[in-house]
Each structure stands twice: as structure tokens, then as C-alpha cells.
Design a protein around this ligand. Sequence first.
Ligand code: ATP
Length: 212
Amino acid sequence: MRLVGIFGGTFNPIHYGHLHMAQALADALTMDEVKFIPSANPPHKDHVTVAAEHRAAMIKLAIAKNPLFSIDELERNRAGVSYTIDTLISLRQSLGKETALCLMMGSDVFINLDTWHRWQELLDYAHIILVQRPGKPQQALPNQLQTLMHDHYTENRSELSRNHAGLINMQAISALDISATQIRAHLKHGLSVKHLLPEEVAIYIQQHHLYQ
Ligand code: ATP
């Protein structure tokens, strides 16, 4: 079965932390593809100041030279709040059951998974692959998520490609301590973001006067 990584986020803007995490997980699990899916109207972020069009344009610049990476803007074509469950249902409809979907996320996101819309159904459509995110305080998992981990966890790569969904795996990759929040703050204060994101993205930000 093909193993496809699904990487959702606001990508406001995309940075080396995202790119490194996606590549490291793709390498660790020998994925066939990673789809970046920018959230159009994210339910968990109060105000995303930069339009989905700009965030998608920056992703395209950042991934252009990597044949493993692609962007899917399906959330932009959907009205209302962008719920991951709807995205997974729609991907599953178009890809069928011959593709294992791996929803990739940092530990900072997983810890709040039980607040997501229809979160109990996510594993019906995809696996969840976790990485420990540096620079974020380690918090105890809520009981419901501990149970979810206990019931669905696997260390076995081949199990992931034998099943199209339903498993949780954690990879010990060396994630970079970079966040979009930090980048927006740097830009606001006129500080350099040179080594935090690809140069093409930095040029785009400058040309469009974003995050000023
Ligand atoms: P913000 O600072 O605006 O909250 P962010 O940098 O956390 O943004 P998002 O677009 O919200 O980026 O994150 C999308 C996904 O990428 C999440 O699953 C998050 O855990 C993961 N992620 C973001 N930055 C990193 C990083 N440096 N290393 C590993 N994973 C990351």
C-alpha cells in the first residue's frame, strides 16, 4: 500500500521546522508522498492575519524543489471552518482504501486532539504520526488521549502500510525549535529570518509586505 503523509497546519508562514519535520518523517517511514494542506479557516487559531492564498503561495515556493512534497488546497474550496475530519473524508473518497494516510503532527497539537471536531473518527480515515516538538512544555496527556494511544499505538512500520488507517506511531526525530509565531515576531521587529525559512519565502514576504 502507498504511504502518504498528510501535513495540515496554518503555515503562517511555512518554515524550516515544518519542512524538516516532513522530510524526517517521510524518510523514517519511507513515505511515497507528503501532502501539505494549508488550513483555510482554522478552528483553533483566533485570527490568521494572512490570507490562505498567500500562505499557499509560500508553501509552493518552499516545496518546489522537492518531488516528494505536494500541496493540496482542498480546504480553500470548502466553505466554513476547516475541520481535519472533513479533509480526511474527502481524501479517502478520492484515494480509496489502497493508500495508507498518515496524519502528521507535533506533540503540541496532539495534546489538544480531544478538542477537535469529531476527533474520535480521525483514526477511521488515517493513521496519526507524532513527533516531539522542542521548545513546547511537556504536558501530561488527557485520559482520553492516553487511552487512544494505548489502544492504537504501534512501533511497527509494516503495520502502517498493511492498514489504511487506525494506528498511532511516534517517531524520535530531531525537530527544529522554530515556530511561525517566532518568525512573525522577528519580522514585526525588523529582525532577520534568514535561517528560519527558505529564501524564496522570505522574498515573497518582503514583496507582499506581510507580517509588518
Ligand atoms: P504558530 O507558531 O503560528 O502556532 P506553528 O509554527 O506551530 O505556528 P503550524 O502551522 O501551526 O505551525 O503547525 C502545523 C503543524 O506543524 C503542527 O502539527 C505542528 O506541531 C507542526 N510543527 C510546527 N513547527 C514545527 C517544528 N519546528 N518541528 C516539528 N513540528 C512542527
